[in-house]
Design a protein around this ligand. Sequence first.
Ligand SMILES: Cc1ncc(COP(=O)(O)O)c(C=O)c1O
Length: 430
Amino acid sequence: MPHKLRDRYVPRGVYQVCDIVVERGEGPYVYDSNGRKYIDFTTGIAVLNLGHRPPKVVKAINAQVEKFLHQCIHVADYMPYLELAMKLSETFKWGESKTLLLNSGAEAVENAVKISRYYRGKPGIIVFDYSFHGRTLLTMSMTSKTRPYKYGFYAYTPGVIRFPYPYPYRCVFGSSSPEDCGELALEFFEHGLKTFIDPDEAAAIVLEPIMGEGGYIVPPKNFIKGISKIARDYGILYVSDEVQTGMGRTGYFWGVEYFEVEPDIITVGKALASGLPLSAVVGRSDVMDSVHMGGLGGTFGGNPVSAAAALATIDEVKEILGYTRRLGVYMERRLDELYEKYEVIGEHRGVGAMRALEFVKDRRGKEPYKKFVDKLIEEGVRNGILLLSAGVYGNVIRIVPPINIDVEVFDEGVERLERSIKSVLKMVLE
Ligand SMILES: Cc1ncc(COP(=O)(O)O)c(C=O)c1O
């Protein structure tokens, strides 16, 4: 019945990977309408960092529901908005900052672009291969993967300029060392500031610390440091899009902290309110304050219930960062073991609890093995684990469990994943 409803009433453009109907979620588990229990390695695409329905967050939501559901910051102040603006600004360690609350990741990125253009009085927005910044017309133009995100929608917003990105496993510059790949990407970037866009016409460089939808690609540190230095040297604003890396996913509150660089603006969404829609732009006060009165906002941005959830979420994320870093080390070891055992895994990479396995037809040729990944997700469902793909070639499985998952549950998830790999290996795929 649910599938019939979906086919009849939901446009087919809305894709889906796991063929189940979810009835309930609890911590790292999801239960379907037949009462089957799954370990959730997807967290609703990196949203449920504290798992499903974290008790303190649910309590904060219930308390707010008893008071009011909506207010709109343009009509009158309310404390959840103001307290959350303060709390997020406090996480910005690089100077005095202010925070604008919105609804979705794409809306946060759009507003970061608006603010950057206003502050700099320049149009250019520099982005990179493999990036994902959203599905609105502007953010779709900034996003890299053509199919399915851009094809047919004519995503060519003027002012968006794309540069190559160092993907060490598939370095477009032909280098096999991550550092060299990073160095070559930086050299090309400097060259592009002569041939693609003059730095004086650039408002911002928008960059995910680790590419999310693009395949959980961890860039060499020298690249991120180099880009941040170039931005500073030319006065271009450095916007770190932390919609996927943000809020503890890497074991650091913000992904940029891992790379030890200073952003001017951070965008956050997804995990901010443990599942309720909410996003934010956090940035240097002088930059954020440059926009005229009335130039920023929206009806629902900073919804009080979502903001209450975010306040509780941030407190808990801050408390567990140490655990997540240790968990990340453990995850790395367990997933390395899978890499050692199965030739079909071309690479295991990641930082903290943001990890990926890239599947290839053979390790030498590195031909992407999307069919394997598609089957693996199906087998995962049969074996009681929810998995999600990523990457421009769709051949990457991202491992995104809650960042507070118990190691025993993680181990059980890895066993189910391994069982699924073994059964796909037995299948005949073209
Ligand atoms: C890095 C990044 N930026 C922006 C977005 C867009 O967020 P949303 O889907 O909430 O609009 C995403 C979503 O996956 C993302 O990963």
